[in-house]
Design a binder for this molecule. Sequence first.
Ligand code: FAD
Length: 152
Amino acid sequence: MKMDFEKSKSKIIKVQEMKTAGVNVEDAEIIVSCGRGLKDKNDIKMIQELADVLKGKTVGCSRPLAADLKWLPEEHWIGLSGHKVKPKLYIAAGISGQIQHIAGMRDSGIIVAINKDPEAPIFELADFGIVGDIFTILPELISEIKKVLDAR
Ligand SMILES: Cc1cc2nc3c(=O)[nH]c(=O)nc-3n(C[C@H](O)[C@H](O)[C@H](O)COP(=O)(O)OP(=O)(O)OC[C@H]3O[C@@H](n4cnc5c(N)ncnc54)[C@H](O)[C@@H]3O)c2cc1C
């Protein structure tokens, strides 16, 4: 079938560069990323705490958190229309793993997914999967990592 692009009804209205203000997810070695599994903007503190404990300090997010809810600036947005990242460790908390998100993080070294839905597509890509509620898992994970680091 031949496509006639001249007659296409789609047109580019605006080409806009992504805004950045300091955070560089593209160079990060460790990213803790969050999605609509979060209930409130305040929950990002929990994500930031895990990132800090892991000494990675870099928080990423799915498109809805940056584009729709605006809980995080665009510089954290990962995916097809966001930033492409390849950290050594990518933790996806409450992210379903739609293809547009995967497109931005599939080249990560180790991928850890935490999701309460065992059928979430992110588990197909993940090296390690935790099925559970992020509001239970993340505080436990933070506490266990702190214990290990304190014992060193
Ligand atoms: C042209 C186009 C470009 C796009 N570009 C991007 C892009 O660049 N990046 C991007 O991310 N998306 C992009 N999207 C959107 C994409 O299709 C998805 O809608 C988006 O990635 C979904 O984000 P999410 O995983 O945060 O939310 P959802 O798909 O709603 O998933 C939320 C997940 O959280 C889980 N969850 C809920 N509560 C809890 C809990 N308490 N504990 C644990 N898990 C929980 C749910 O089981 C679910 O799997 C694009 C879409 C289009 C059409």
